[in-house]
Design a protein around this ligand. Sequence first.
Ligand code: SF4
Length: 254
Amino acid sequence: MSARRPQHGSRPTSIAASAVARASAAPRAAALTALTAEIAACRACPRLVAWRESVAADPPRRFAGQRYWARAVPGFGDPAARILLLGLAPAAHGGNRTGRVFTGDRSGDFLFAALHRAGLASQATSLAVDDGLELRGAYLAAAVRCAPPGNAPLPDERDRCAPFLGRELALLDEVRVIVALGAYAWAAGLRAISVLGIAVPRPAPRFGHGAEVRLGRYAMLGTFHPSQQNTFTGRLTPVMLDDVVGRAVTLAGG
Ligand code: SF4
């Protein structure tokens, strides 16, 4: 696990006009690094801060003795990504433990295997922040950056965290395809696109596995979330996820 970042209270701010400007690669990477640090230090939601720390203090036996990240979990991936994959929130004993989204849990195992098959990930597993995994042409983030009780953020927590996604999307100015992993991420993606000034129709486009909608410069795709609830029951199979990821690669220009 990487060194812990300093922790201090902060709140996400609105999208800065400068962030929307087309950035060259180096400033974009630097801005993403700064945003990553800001997210990791955020303590704006008291309920989620208490939860992420309490699960770290009382881990299940299989993780006993491990030092949990227990902070907000930033996005990660290729700053020049053309595909953004968006989840709901870090898992209490996944991203909240390892410090990287979809890392160290069964959902991540399923997702990264698909990304590896599609050529978007350097390896098929995502175990720890220092495992050497790199994303190529893809960026991975969550709608809410702290693990919530029952995987269910409250509306005010969702809204407080939403600007982080908007700012990330503004900085990731080569992204052309957003893959929403589940209905919650679908709604968060639509909100982020709207905040960037792109018209989203009313009623909003409906989520579904394989759903596809064009919104300004973005194509948005939906897939069932790779949760154990879906993958263990066969509601989401590797082939189904491969189809959506493959479509994203095609829409992103290969
Ligand atoms: S959910 Fe988002 S806004 Fe709330 S504490 Fe975590 S990072 Fe901050």
